[in-house]
Design a protein. Structure first.
Ligand SMILES: Nc1nc2c(ncn2[C@@H]2O[C@H](COP(=O)(O)OP(=O)(O)OP(=O)(O)O)[C@@H](O)[C@H]2O)c(=O)[nH]1
Ligand SMILES: [Mg+2]
Length: 311
């Protein structure tokens, strides 16, 4: 049971962000808060992949805090950084509500190996545990092995998978949405093949896959989620833009934050659409089925700067 408790996954997140944390946490050695210290803090924040603009913005606010609130110690500054980062990320912290439609259709996309299929398994399990009926669509028709991967997983977890031997992903998802309606399913999750933003024909195909869901059910897909590998750093920004253009994104799932990810890219992505950031519904912190957790801005920010989990 212990690995299901917050402590377990938080520890994995904190471990994963260690490289960043050592960078930042090492700064807060208890010395004075002077210009040198703030310069070093700036460099450390940039090195998390959050980008120069976001770093500048956060640092400006921390400087304001130092003046207005009279912060003196490095511990206070660390708490202020975590606070500003939390404020920046908070609008992206949203609950994925699957009760808005029935069936509630989720389309997943992302570059090769981002963690789409694994994440679909984790999500399906989560929804099934909540008592929802779940159906999966093997929309990755690129490789037979991909269909197999989902089918085996579905069998093991007693979740049906709609697959076709035909190579047309648009036909597969059309069938799956129709089947989900006929079977009165609560949540349908559609897998798609990994693709790179530079593969124009594959990016166009994604738009077609999206449209074919709408043909089978008005308003579908209800969520179009991009799965981003957290270790991709600033390249994630380009992925968000490209996949949004073809798949009309409504949210994100960031995986592999237990690995070598530096984490700051979540802030960069969120800051890009300051007025209305894409929700980050979940984060992946491991390969096990329970290693998918709702994104929590405060916990994440504290983990990133190595601040105590509770204060
Ligand atoms: N450490 C870690 N590994 C993960 C996480 N999410 C996925 N993986 C691993 O990443 C690898 C690729 O995962 P897949 O789910 O097959 O990725 P995909 O996006 O479906 O890949 P393609 O279909 O080939 O494009 C697998 O080895 C997963 O176990 C995570 O949060 N943490
Ligand atoms: Mg896959």
């Amino acid at each position: 049971m212990s690995s299901h408790e917050p402590q377990g996954w938080l520890a994995r997140l904190r471990n994963g962000l260690t490289r960043t944390r050592i960078n930042i946490a090492g700064l807060f050695s208890g010395g004075v808060v002077d210009e040198d210290f703030l310069d070093e803090l700036e460099c450390a924040l940039i090195s998390t992949d959050m980008g120069v603009a976001t770093t500048t913005r956060i640092l400006q606010r921390v400087r304001d805090d130092i003046k207005l609130k009279g912060l003196k110690t490095q511990a206070e500054v660390r708490a202020a950084v975590a606070g500003e980062l939390t404020a920046l990320l908070k609008p992206a912290e949203r609950v994925l509500d699957t009760t808005r439609a029935k069936p509630f259709v989720i389309m997943m996309s992302g570059v090769n190996g981002a963690g789409k299929t694994t994440t679909i398994g984790k999500l399906a399990k989560r929804f099934a545990d909540e008592g929802k009926s779940v159906l999966l669509a093997a929309g990755d028709t690129f490789r037979a092995a991909a269909r197999e991967q989902l089918a085996v997983w579905g069998e093991r977890n007693r979740i049906d998978v709609i697959a076709q031997s035909s190579g047309d992903p648009a036909a597969v998802v059309f069938d799956a949405v129709s089947a989900a309606r006929a079977r009165n399913i609560d949540v349908l999750i559609c897998d798609t093949a990994g693709r790179l933003p530079t593969q124009t024909h594959l990016m166009d195909e994604l738009a077609r896959v999206r449209r074919s869901q709408a043909k089978a059910m008005e308003g579908a897909p209800h969520e179009s989620l991009l799965v981003v590998d957290g270790t991709n750093g600033q390249n994630a920004l380009a992925q968000v833009r490209a996949f949004d253009a073809s798949a009309g994104l409504t949210g994100l799932i960031v995986t592999k934050l237990d690995g070598t990810a530096k984490g700051g890219v979540l802030a960069a992505i969120t800051a890009e659409r300051q007025d209305k950031p894409l929700p980050i519904y979940f984060i992946g912190v491991g390969e096990q089925i329970q290693d998918l957790q709702p994104f929590n801005a405060e916990e994440f920010s504290k983990a990133l700067v190595g601040a105590p989990a509770t204060d």
